[in-house]
Design a protein around this ligand. Structure first.
Ligand code: PLP
Length: 444
């Protein structure tokens, strides 16, 4: 399985039967972009049930960081399954949880900390909820400042802080009280000249001069919480000065900073944590997704001063599951030995090549941006001379890419996201970019 090969109409007959069954029995809340039914994978390639081979540019939404079927990760998982599967690490000891906690604690940059502690859970949303609970507990305050276009998961705690799509919140209220929204800066403004702040100065001023003076007093704010690179909201990389400004505000008011690194963490941006690009440390860091190459495990990390809650204050039956920990340990080995460097190197190469396409396709591509292998391409059009989102074009690009054997994903209003396995090579990027070029020439 080392090259794209489409042999049947899409979906093929086996895929179609499975899709029909899914549609009959699975929740209607699911959302499928295209009819691909996974049957196997290797590195960046995936095969469907009809034997068609595609290239995977979403890695199960930024999860399969070491690629599909990495032999060392699989061997670590298999070895652990022969020893034991579970003992509830939150209540009982086992021989790997503390070892991996030490490793994660030591690589996570935390503000003013000499020693970090880790809480293991299962999903990004569970890590988010735990981080908010910890911030409330540690400060004795209730309010949290979140950011427009942010995404933190699907639990009630997560959706209370989400503001990337209203469908995630509609009908589920009342949501968690005390969650307030502020503006996240973006260097590429779409629609052009929006009537809300987009500059670093404008966004920080809104927080301090509007929210803190008219809505919520900073001495009642537990945390300022954000994604160091916004994911679901459109792959938006904030300027360094913004994160520095947030740190200054947190320090001034005794507010904890939560960095939600669920999507941008674990090597995806070319460093283990995206916050390392900003030279600013958060007080609580959440992680999940790429941490264990596809096994479900998540965590949040804080200093031992902040994570000083009493026995029984927080828990999780499966958190830190030993099989998932085995995968996480091997994933960390691979990230540290080569994949972080690969994400930086191949990510820069990928971005440069996409920028060449941006120049070629002129007005339809407003922006190409990202860090490492977290890259967004934003589609735009003109409306009475104004540059606005073109979500329809983005969706057409995704459908046409699928026909060419490329699995891509949307985010934000009109952004195409690339978050491939971190094992991707420059040669594979060349294949992807050639396909994108063909797709753009067909749909733009
Ligand atoms: C930044 C961020 N936080 C939290 C989550 C929720 O993670 P999960 O789906 O594992 O609950 C996501 C998922 O996309 C995410 O991107």
């Amino acid at each position: 399985m080392s090259q794209i090969s489409i042999k049947t109409p899409l979906p093929g007959p086996k895929a179609k039967a499975i899709i029909d069954q899914d549609h009959q029995y699975l929740s209607t809340s699911r959302y499928q972009m295209y009819p691909f039914v996974l049957a196997g994978g290797k590195g960046c390639y995936v095969e469907d049930v009809d034997g068609n081979v595609f290239m995977d540019m979403h890695a199960g939404i930024a999860v399969t960081s070491t690629g599909h079927n990495h032999p060392e990760v699989n061997a670590a998982i298999e070895a652990q399954t022969k020893r034991y599967l579970h003992n509830c690490g939150n209540v009982f000891y086992n021989d790997s949880q503390g070892r991996y906690a030490q490793r994660l604690a030591e690589v996570t940059p935390i503000h003013n900390s000499e020693q970090n502690r880790v809480f293991f859970c299962n999903t990004g949303a569970e890590a988010w909820d735990g981080a908010v609970k910890l911030a409330r507990y540690a400060t004795g305050r209730q309010n949290v400042i979140c950011f427009y276009n942010g995404f933190h998961g699907r639990t009630l705690g997560g959706i209370s802080a989400n503001s990337s799509k209203v469908v995630q919140r509609r009908g589920f209220g009342p949501l968690l009280p005390g969650m307030h929204f502020s503006y996240f800066p973006r260097e590429f403004e779409c629609p052009s000249n929006p009537p809300y702040p987009t500059s670093v100065e404008g966004c920080l001023e809104y927080l301090e001069e509007v929210l803190f003076k008219k809505v919520v007093s900073p001495d009642e704010v537990a945390a300022i919480a954000f994604e160091p690179v916004q994911g679901e909201g459109g792959y938006i990389v904030p300027p360094k000065a913004f994160i520095e400004g947030l740190r200054r505000i947190c320090d001034k008011h005794g507010i904890l900073m939560i960095a939600d690194e669920v999507q941008c963490g674990m090597g995806r941006t070319g460093k283990i944590f995206a916050m390392e690009h900003f030279d600013v440390k958060a007080d609580i860091v959440t992680t999940a997704k790429g941490i264990a190459s596809g096994m479900p495990i998540a965590a949040f990390v804080a200093s031992d001063k902040v994570m000083a809650w009493p026995e029984g204050a927080h828990g999780s039956t499966y958190g830190g599951n030993p099989v998932a920990v085995a995968a996480a340990e091997k994933t960390m080995d691979l990230l540290q030995s080569s994949l972080c460097a690969n994400a930086k190197d191949v990510g820069a190469y990928f971005m440069d090549k996409l920028k060449v396409l941006k120049d070629k396709y002129g007005e339809a591509i407003g922006d190409v941006r990202g860090l490492g292998l977290m890259i967004g391409v934003e589609f735009v059009k003109r409306d009475n001379g104004r540059v606005v989102h073109d979500g329809a074009l983005r969706d057409a690009v995704i459908q046409q890419s699928f026909k060419h054997g490329l699995l891509t994903l949307a985010c934000g209003n009109s952004t195409l996201r690339f978050c491939p396995p971190l094992v991707i090579t420059k040669e594979e990027v060349d294949i992807v970019v050639d396909i994108m070029d063909a797709v753009f020439s067909e749909v733009i």
